[in-house]
Design a protein around this ligand. Sequence first.
Ligand SMILES: Nc1ncnc2c1ncn2[C@@H]1O[C@H](COP(=O)(O)OP(=O)(O)OP(=O)(O)O)[C@@H](O)[C@H]1O
Length: 263
Amino acid sequence: MITAFITLGLFDILDILLVALLLYQVYLLIRGTVAINIFVGLFLFYLMWLLVRALNMELLSSILGQFIGVGVIALIIVFQQEIRKFLLILGSRYNVNQKFSLQNWFTNDEVGFEEQEINSIATACEHMSKSKTGALIVIAKNTDLQTYADTGKIVNSRVSGTLLESIFFKNSPLHDGAVIIANNRILAARCILPVTDSTNIPGSLGLRHRAAIGMSQATDSHVITVSEETGNISYIMGGNIKVRITGVELKKFLAGDYSGFIV
Ligand SMILES: Nc1ncnc2c1ncn2[C@@H]1O[C@H](COP(=O)(O)OP(=O)(O)OP(=O)(O)O)[C@@H](O)[C@H]1O
């Protein structure tokens, strides 16, 4: 044991750091969800197995060992959704599709949000906030949102504040569900988003906000909500929600997160 510590090399330290980083990322991913309880349960189970093995309790250790033996498969089944989310975030953060796309190597036409479009989204949200018109707007980054757009009605129109307001107008046939903005266009309306299973969301926030948080966890897109009940504007990204923001703050967030961004 002591020898092992004495021969601790550079790669061992790197190994430990990488495992710590991995565990931290897993913690960030499952923090606030029911998965954290399962994770703690499994960890305690593993510690117990180590303990009974160290105490040479043959029978118990072989029974627990049987479970540990199929542990990896059980982990994949239990954490199926989290593993999917982790790979999705990893894939879209170091983006695969766009950074390495041949098109980017040969063309220089970055399609970012123009200030005018950011302003029109923010102004529409301000108007809807004043009139207490509920809204749910997803703005794509790297992740392809076509599967989500397919759950609604395709609009495929230039980003316009007036159009956003008309879509969410209470009597409009498209007002229910979410609008998805991608590639600088309003791609679809009436879309259904995945609802988060996080347990640490204030009870005052209903399904619209839970769907916005869920979408920001499942993809790298950022989401805006306007509450029908309070008129509050919220900005959601990576599972975190900034509630009660002003139109000016919304413009600032959008400008920071999307200006010059290849969408
Ligand atoms: N999974 C979902 N995907 C897309 N839109 C959804 C989803 N869930 C709810 N919504 C939209 O949110 C609307 C309001 O839902 P709800 O009142 O439960 O949410 P809320 O967070 O309390 O919103 P508000 O503060 O506006 O009342 C629904 O009518 C629907 O348009």
